[in-house]
Design a binder for this molecule. Sequence first.
Ligand SMILES: Nc1ncnc2c1ncn2[C@@H]1O[C@H](COP(=O)(O)OP(=O)(O)OP(=O)(O)O)[C@@H](O)[C@H]1O
Length: 223
Amino acid sequence: MKALTANKITKYFHDPETFQVLKDVSFDVNKGEFVAIVGKSGSGKSTLLYLLSTMDTSYEGNIVINDTMVTGLTQNQLAKFRNEHIGFVFQFHYLLPEFSVLDNIMLPALKLKKKSKDEIEARAMELLTLLDIKGHETKKASKISGGQQQRVAIARALINEPAIIMGDEPTGNLDSKNTKIVFDIFRQLAREKGQTIIAVTHDDEFAANCDRIIEMVDGKIIY
Ligand SMILES: Nc1ncnc2c1ncn2[C@@H]1O[C@H](COP(=O)(O)OP(=O)(O)OP(=O)(O)O)[C@@H](O)[C@H]1O
């Protein structure tokens, strides 16, 4: 079963001059697959992930996620779709700095309103334990280290049990011990819960242990 299909994705940037950043990119990702996107700096990985995550809607081609054609949806429809189906871990994790670690993790689930506040808090505490950040839950997000913030962003991405988790260098700020913790969590989510993981990474070992590697060169998939 397909979790995501990208069909003939082409994108241009026009500043300072017109430049084709993605060239007719097509691929599928299966449900429960753990995929790494690799390639040299500037090859278009982050741009592609940004489109797949539905945050950027200016491209040609189309994207289907969980049987929904997301290309063409309105911004309101996309915001709702993202909160329900996609978890994000981006390089700049966009935590709310003045909110506590716990509130940051709980927020997407409180917005979704599918579970009670107590259930959401219990799940957030489980994630804190899993990611080895328990004990920091009442601190402001701005008052913990970069690596801890990264793990809070991962917990936040997982709270709604999204069908797809997308990460741009999800382990970029982490030491090898925490990289392994995060990798193992992703591995387990894909195997046991059928969640699909798509991660842009520069970490060769991380990529080599994924189910599949998608390699980009100059805006095209070559492998
Ligand atoms: N907003 C933008 N306007 C114009 N050009 C851009 C913009 N964002 C990215 N680019 C250019 O598009 C190309 C691809 O960028 P992208 O960030 O997708 O690469 P990447 O493979 O993710 O690189 P890295 O591994 O360094 O993160 C680069 O040449 C970059 O300079």
